[in-house]
Design a protein around this ligand. Sequence first.
Ligand code: UD1
Ligand code: CA
Length: 472
Amino acid sequence: MAAGKGTRMKSQLPKVLHLLAGRALLRHVVDTAAQLAARQVVVITGHGADQVEASLVSMAPSADEASVALPIQCVRQEPQLGTGHAVQQALPLLADDALVLVLSGDVPLTRADTLRQLIAASQASDTNNSKDSGRLALLTLDMADPTGYGRIVREGEAVQAIVEHKDATPEQRAQLREVYSGIMAVPARWLKIWLARLDNRNAQGEYYLTDIVKFAVADGVSVVAHKISAAVEVAGVNSPVQLAELERAFQQRTALELMEQGVRLADPARLDVRGQLNCAQDVSIDVNCVFEGRVRLGEGVKIGAHCVIANCVIEAGAVVHPFTHIDGEKLGVTVGEGALIGPFARLRPGAQLGAQVHIGNFVEVKNSTLARGAKANHLAYLGDATVGERVNYGAGSITANYDGANKHRTVIEADVHVGSNCVLIAPITLGAGGTVGGGSTVTKDTPPGALTVARGKQVTVANWTRPQKKPK
Ligand code: UD1
Ligand code: CA
């Protein structure tokens, strides 16, 4: 269900498209369905339907390797007449032999394992049920303050109904602490029969999905409540505050998983993973780092404080010093074994750094390959460059790779030494083992092994007196 308005978000963006850990809320739910190997996903849209449906096109298949591509279909619910009415819109797409799992697009943190247990509860063989056609399984939990939620009404142990808060008697409101989470598993065959019987004669004038519980009881189909204790798994997002709370819950969960794998986090409360972070053994991460997209950290990698790292592979033993920004976007970034990066380095898409490369403070690298042992330690720019082994690239030097219309490559062969503050005007090749004197603006290829200097000659005027101010 993703048709709701989300008024309290006070946003132009449909609620289910707000991001949690870099993924739309709805995408979390779809990815969870994918983990369950669902046969199909039907998304019920309404408010912001065009935008929500467009977003789903880019959602399948998921970036998550564990999940498989699954067909996603959308149905529209216009107007929104309640949760039962919402699910009615999906019925024509559901096969009779299907088991339907009803999820909300604004409840992102339900664990696949919890849903597997719910599904198991709906399928457990039932000696009392001669019809043996599956059960209605409700995901429930006890709440200290159940205000606003549908209450589970039992007779003895047996679930009889769900009564919505607004329809509940004062006694029910005061006594019933077990609430319906909004998630159920129900055989499609029964769902079709029961939804046809819904009416909207209730406090809200809505078609309640929850009314099917009493129809199940009337038809002799058992209703089971699978009770969980982790409220965060069924918590919905209605406001920016709740979104931030669930973001923290998600990040805490991620941090715990990483630490269980052996990753050393300086402070699990100061880590943000918005994508997939894979770590080999003995990785350590200092405070306030943000990881986005797909990031892989090799054995023994150390990440300093305040780094933002997206879409890259950092090989074993590399050290990324504080305040470094790495973003591989589509081309990716590779940092080779034992490389030293930062502090304050910037690696952009297509930066491919070999083993033992050093990139120091205020150095920017874009779409460039640096071979083993190359160094650019201070205040430099390497764009569209191919840099050979052991090259030393001096402070303040830049590749002038852009002529205002096209990008050109700079090739710096092995063992070249580029002095400080050089401008290398591409396209250009600096021959192996050559040296470029500091302050040179190099416009022509340089031969191997030679010293090239391209700057104004130093002139000295002896006994020079500076001009004096004239008296008024
Ligand atoms: C619902 C349950 C309630 C449960 C609670 C848990 C009903 C009648 N009540 O109440 O028992 O305790 O969830 O959070 O089901 N939606 C639509 N179309 C609609 C109405 C809602 O798509 O016409 C979507 C909403 O966007 C949301 C979900 O369904 O994702 C639940 O709707 P909401 O209005 O939050 O249900 P509640 O009244 O909170
Ligand atoms: Ca709700």
